[in-house]
Design a protein around this ligand. Structure first.
Ligand code: DP6
Length: 421
């Protein structure tokens, strides 16, 4: 194969975003291929604030496939990693770099081993879905390294086999995962509905809710729902198909009130299906419920949906505002109800895009202490504050899809040793 030397190392680095579903994926019809029972739609979040970065390396000197996640070695023996690696090796192309004396034939990829190093730019302990960004990034970077000549929709079918929601992280903006009909899964792909510039007024605030509880994983939770919930069938067959059409239209027309109504209703129905599962699955906690009440009360007071909330398989809230102005009103409410625990700096309490804080002069802890209750709570005795119930907030927006990062300084693996830096 590749010349005399065994010393060369070839690498690729990529960054891929997370996504938040506004019409949820919940339930599989095929566990191994990860084929869903309904379509879903998501918004890709700005990778500057929530993303995975992955470097993949190949060398004839590597003795086996290895992976490090946030600096710690993890096993690649799981079926999901193996399926992604196999699918990519099957599609790998030949590669030549005459300067470095590297020549790799298509079939060489079956015997060459890879090293993978990945890290998330947000705390993993936060319970924010990291598998979507992680698998999207793994597939995107390996496709680059292995010279896979497939379009993003084909790559999405590979990422899907790592984690269902990962297929939607192959694109920026607004993304639909079509469930497909084929047994092989070939038509269960992600498609972009609109890119990140289409509706760039939106502001997204993630509330990372403190929780001590170990949650049921999405994978086992949705399996139990499929086995025991009767509501899930009605949802998949009747409710979701019509919501998908309405959501596509709301996104196309940038119709925020429809977008918000559908997003909240679908999150609530997903959690209703969880409650309809036996034994019931409770992902939201008191703080999550409080956030729903605050938003619902505010929306009712305004007479129209001002912001939208959605919750995945955990207590964290993702709240979408139509623009900066409303986002600031939202953040003031959130900081009023959930001030930081004592000793917490504001700079480590509101993360991500801080522009929003600075613009409105909310720069010190004392400015938060002095916040007044919002008008809809003023004379109703609803002004109780819950310090410490939120760990921190991340301000972000719709973002772009995966990208290759060039330059050795961006790589997580050393070109000298082939190991994490
Ligand atoms: C609630 O994609 O994590 O976030 O396919 O088993 O890996 P697997 O599950 P996963 O499930 C995500 C479920 C959800 C809703 C969504 O993202 O659509």
């Amino acid at each position: 194969m590749m010349g005399e030397s065994k010393n060369w190392i070839l690498m690729a680095t990529a960054r891929a975003p997370t996504n938040i579903a506004v019409i949820k994926y919940w339930g599989k019809r095929d566990e191994a291929l990860i084929l869903p029972i309904n379509d879903s739609i998501s918004v890709t979040l700005d990778p500057d604030h929530l993303s995975a970065t992955t470097t993949v390396a190949v060398s004839p000197s590597f003795e086996k496939d290895r992976m490090w996640l946030n600096g710690k070695e993890v096993s690649l023996s799981g079926g999901r990693y193996q399926n992604c690696l196999r699918e990519l090796r099957n599609r790998a192309g030949e590669y030549t770099d005459e300067n470095k004396g590297i020549h790799i034939e298509k079939y060489d990829w079956n015997t060459l081993h890879v090293h993978i190093a990945s890290y998330n730019n947000f705390p993993t302990a936060a319970g924010l879905a990291s598998s979507a960004a992680g698998f999207a990034c793994l597939v995107f970077s390996l496709a680059k390294l292995m010279n896979v000549k497939e379009d993003l929709s084909q790559l999405s079918t590979i990422a899907r086999q790592g984690s269902g929601s990962a297929c939607r992280s192959l694109y920026g903006g607004f993304v639909k995962w079509t469930m497909g009909n084929e047994m092989s899964g070939s038509d269960s792909i992600a498609v972009q509905l609109a890119n990140e510039t289409h509706w760039d007024d939106l502001v997204i605030i993630v509330a990372v809710v403190s929780s001590r509880q170990k949650e049921t994983s999405s994978t086992s939770g949705m399996r139990e729902s499929v086995e025991t919930s009767s509501l899930i069938q009605h949802r998949a067959k009747v409710v979701v198909p019509s919501r998908i059409l309405q959501m596509e239209q709301a996104i196309r027309n940038k119709d925020f009130s429809s977008f918000a109504r559908l997003t909240c209703a679908d999150s609530n129905q997903f959690h209703a299906v969880c409650l309809d599962t036996s034994p019931p699955i409770l992902y939201m906690n008191d703080t999550s419920h409080r956030i729903i009440s605050i938003v619902e009360r505010w929306n009712r007071h305004e007479g129209t949906p001002t912001v939208a909330y959605t919750f995945d398989a955990g207590p964290n809230a993702v709240i979408v505002a139509p623009n900066q102005k409303v986002a600031m009103d939202l953040l003031q409410r959130l900081l009023f109800y959930f001030p930081p625990a004592r000793d917490n700096e504001l700079s480590s309490y509101v993360l991500g895009d801080k522009k929003i804080l600075h613009e409105f002069g909310l720069e010190s802890l004392s400015s938060i202490e002095g916040l007044q209750p919002p008008p809809e709570a003023k004379d109703k005795g609803l002004a109780q504050r819950y310090g410490g119930d939120v760990s921190y907030f991340i301000c972000t927006r719709p973002g772009k899809g995966p990208a290759i990062l060039v330059g050795e300084d961006q790589a997580l693996i050393s070109i000298q040793t082939g190991l994490p830096k």
